[in-house]
Ligand binder design. Structure first.
Ligand SMILES: NC(=O)c1ccc[n+]([C@@H]2O[C@H](COP(=O)([O-])OP(=O)(O)OC[C@H]3O[C@@H](n4cnc5c(N)ncnc54)[C@H](O)[C@@H]3O)[C@@H](O)[C@H]2O)c1
Length: 398
């Protein structure tokens, strides 16, 4: 059993507490912190948490807890992590790790220097559909991963600080691009070094300094490309989708908006439907078990099991740092309108071996580009002459 200090009682503090109190069961959120007294007190009462405080240092240094979960706004992550590391506690921090790579690196250095356990709470690589898909990829079912497309869009966040570029570190890219980037890294392999990025970012709708849209391409050492698409102005709920293209297969994932539970109501029930749902009448797409579909139970199980067994979780602060470095390059590229290098002070990946697919030979002279079955029953081969590089076609069956 782990006794936990929970920092933050907002949306994520609530999802995390819900998961820890309801799911793994044997752990306890023992003390909760938020600067707002009324809110932290009622949060503690609602979730049966024995202690609450408006003093962050007191929560972190509570003598009974050994794990600190950081669910605070982005501009407080570093301060909280450094304090937890200095207290010698295991520290789990929500996404994005930092507002930029320099902040993330300082946090990585702090936990490494203190020698404390650290986990990066990137829930979307732990969703049930992701875990199953990653296993298929690992087992070679889709061959070599070539292209990962990951999308997160909704109508914009629920708290004021998200919209302030200084406090958040950016807009839709820092808020949601971080999820998509880690999804892409997970599929192409974390030993696959991200080399450069090309990114478009713009503020199309909201009266803010940060971007409310972004699309980025990340080129990895193997040649694979990660593509993210984020928007804070999407209408109709929260759209979380991923596509993976490999040499031998394809995966399409829809995590949230249409997961198989579709419900029509003419009157609604005057309440919450699911995260970022825009309406409560008409056709609705409620999500069966929201915390599960978003990956929180498997994420905390991995984190706390790793802590119990003295191993590393699938997501560490190093991963958070790499994601921040990729996002820094995205912001540079959005300005320069050019490919920008990903600047990593430390690269811990082993490198990704690329197995070249050997082309099939045809009659010694050719290599097969493609076999095509035509509607009239013929089979054609598209062939390349090995000496001249000329491409021809040949009907091989009628
Ligand atoms: N899927 C996910 O992993 C996910 C989802 C939502 C949010 N997040 C992350 O969680 C963090 C918090 O987001 P949220 O949605 O819970 O925000 P929120 O605005 O709903 O809640 C923020 C919490 O931090 C407290 N807080 C506000 N200002 C503070 C300050 N100056 N010092 C200390 N505490 C302060 C608030 O009282 C509140 O308890 C962010 O880093 C966000 O990116 C992650």
């Amino acid at each position: 059993m782990r006794k936990i200090t929970m920092l933050g009682t907002g949306l994520i503090g609530m999802f995390y507490t819900m998961t820890l109190q309801r799911h793994r069961g044997r752990d306890e959120v023992h003390v909760v912190y938020s600067p707002t007294k009324d809110h932290v007190k009622s949060f503690a009462e609602e979730w049966g948490i024995p202690k609450w405080t408006t003093d962050m240092a007191e929560a972190i240094n509570d003598p009974e807890t050994d794990v600190v979960v950081v669910g605070l706004p982005n501009f407080v992550h570093k301060e909280a992590v450094v304090m937890a590391a200095e207290a010698g506690k295991a520290v789990l921090c929500t996404k994005p790790l930092g507002r930029n790579a320099a902040e993330a690196k300082a946090m990585l250095d702090a936990v490494e220097k203190a020698g404390v356990f650290h986990g990066y709470l990137e829930d979307l690589v732990y969703t049930p559909k992701m875990l199953k898909s990653l296993q298929f990829v690992k087992d070679g079912a889709i061959g070599r991963v070539l292209w990962v497309r990951s999308r997160e869009t909704h109508g914009g966040p629920h708290g004021a600080w998200f919209w302030d570029v200084e406090l958040a570190g950016g807009g839709a890219i820092i808020d949601m691009g971080c999820h998509c980037i880690e999804i892409a890294r997970s599929f192409v392999g974390k030993d696959n070094k991200p080399l450069e990025v090309m990114c478009w970012a713009d503020t199309l709708v909201h009266p803010i300094e940060a971007e409310d849209h972004g699309i980025g391409l990340i080129r990895f050492e193997s040649g694979a490309v990660g593509q993210f698409e984020v928007s804070w102005a999407f209408r109709g709920g929260m759209d979380l989708r991923d596509e993976v293209s490999g040499t031998e297969g394809t995966i399409w994932i829809n995590h949230f908006l249409r997961t198989g539970l579709e419900l029509f109501t003419a009157v609604g029930r005057k309440g919450y439907v699911s995260e970022k749902a825009e309406g409560e009448t008409g056709w609705l797409f409620p999500v069966g078990d929201e915390v599960h579909e978003l990956g929180y139970p498997d994420m905390f199980t991995d984190m706390l099991n790793a802590l119990d067994s003295g191993s590393e979780p699938a997501e560490t602060f190093y991963d958070g740092y790499v994601v921040n470095a990729i996002m820094d390059a995205c912001y540079r590229s959005a300005k320069s309108k050019r490919w920008e290098p990903v600047e990593l002070e430390v690269w811990k990946g082993a490198g990704q071996p690329v197995e070249e697919k050997r082309p099939v030979e045809y009659e010694d002279k050719y290599v097969v580009i493609k076999e095509e079955h035509m509607p009239d029953g013929r089979t054609k081969l598209i062939l390349k002459d090995k000496e001249t590089n000329r491409v021809i076609e040949k009907v091989v069956s009628k």
